[in-house]
Write a protein that binds this ligand. Structure first.
Ligand code: MRU
Length: 346
């Protein structure tokens, strides 16, 4: 386990480590309504596909937990409203919708005919989602180990570690596990403009795990592949379509193109909860557009563009499946043809 928690249930409150403030401050916020949890997801107090899913699940638990009506029908109506509010928080990571679907399906059980029963079932399901996520991440890391050379320089994008999950991490979990297993891994950490998840969060995590790394600017990956030699790239995913096209943090596609040009293996690490068989290909994945101020101001504080300068800010891009060497899941490593081989997982 990590020395910090991205998300925890504390008797009637969802506690989240405020990732907007890292690494300068380690601050935990408590949320007691689903609307507050939705806002925390939207404003990126918590982020990363699996962590968002767990947050939404715990967000629903708050409804029966704080009910004052004692009326099961009123609680069910409020659950439906909260579900819609949470669903509207961020559009790209499919784990959000997966977790809400799983919770709402469980809570639809007609035998949950008192508010107490609804509350207990909701909490048990959210805890199960959280616990499974940790186990899934460790299984991903174990499956990936044979793909990592004993001495490896690895490019990583965004943050996919314990902060982006309930614990351990996906792509960063792979790097961490390889290090724990005695491999000499060296991470090149993309800073990940505009919100700097790499420079702020991944660097913060890797320092705690003792993994050697350097932060590089996003546009430097081609340079390092050409001059230094990079053994592999490993990134996370917000949604993998049925054909293997993968949405992940903006800049992932550029990294994949550079890897392709240099013959560097490009791996996507993703739990099966991130694979969306209902989305046929990358064109059907909704891409979140975030406020232009995230681009024109650094972390909302320092203006770097002229006042009034327009900016586009897609938070994610789609890497076509043809640039992906393999997708590493908790059920094993999936190679092309993805259309066929991803379907076998389900
Ligand atoms: O906008 P973010 O920080 O939520 O984006 C996160 C990513 O793109 C991650 O790579 C992805 O969610 C996988 S996290 C295990």
């Amino acid at each position: 386990m990590s020395a910090f928690h991205s998300i925890q249930w504390i008797d009637g409150a969802v506690r989240m480590l405020d990732q907007r403030k890292l690494p300068a401050q380690t601050v935990y916020n408590d949320y007691t309504t689903p609307d507050q949890v939705a806002e925390a997801i939207r404003s990126m107090v918590i982020r990363g596909a699996p962590a968002i899913g767990a947050a939404a699940a715990y967000g629903l638990v708050l409804v029966p937990w704080h009910d004052r009506t004692g009326n099961v029908e009123a609680v069910r109506a409020e659950l439906r409203r909260a579900d819609q509010v949470l669903r509207a928080s961020r559009p790209t990571a499919v784990n959000l919708f997966w977790a809400l679907d799983r919770m709402m399906q469980r809570l639809a059980d007609p035998s949950l005919n008192t508010v107490d029963k609804l509350r207990d079932a909701a909490l048990a399901e959210a805890h199960a989602i959280a616990q499974e996520d940790v186990e899934i991440n460790k299984a991903i890391a174990r499956h990936a180990l044979p793909l990592i050379p004993d001495k490896a320089t690895i490019i990583h994008h965004c943050n996919t570690g314990s902060l982006a999950t309930v614990d351990y991490g996906t792509a960063l979990g792979i790097i961490r596990y390889a290090h724990e297993q005695g491999k000499q891994v060296f991470a090149l950490v993309d800073e990940t403009r505009p919100r700097l998840q790499g420079a702020r969060l991944t660097a913060w995590e890797l320092m705690q795990y003792g993994v050697p790394f350097q932060i590089i600017v996003d546009s430097a990956s081609g340079h390092f592949m050409r001059t230094m030699g990079v053994d592999l790239c490993v990134v996370g995913a917000d949604r993998v379509a049925a054909n293997g096209d993968t949405a992940n943090k903006i800049g992932t596609y550029n990294l994949a193109l550079a890897a392709h040009a240099h013959g560097v293996p490009f791996y996507v690490a993703a739990p099966t909860t991130t694979i969306d068989m209902a989305t046929p290909n990358g064109d059907a994945i909704p891409i979140e557009e975030r406020p232009p101020e995230e681009v024109t101001l650094v972390l909302g504080q320092c203006r770097i563009a002229p006042e009034g300068a327009p900016a586009a800010n897609p938070a994610f891009d789609v890497t076509p499946a043809k640039y992906i060497t393999a997708i590493i899941t908790e059920k094993g490593v999936v190679y092309p043809p993805f259309e066929e081989n991803l379907a076998k997982l389900f």
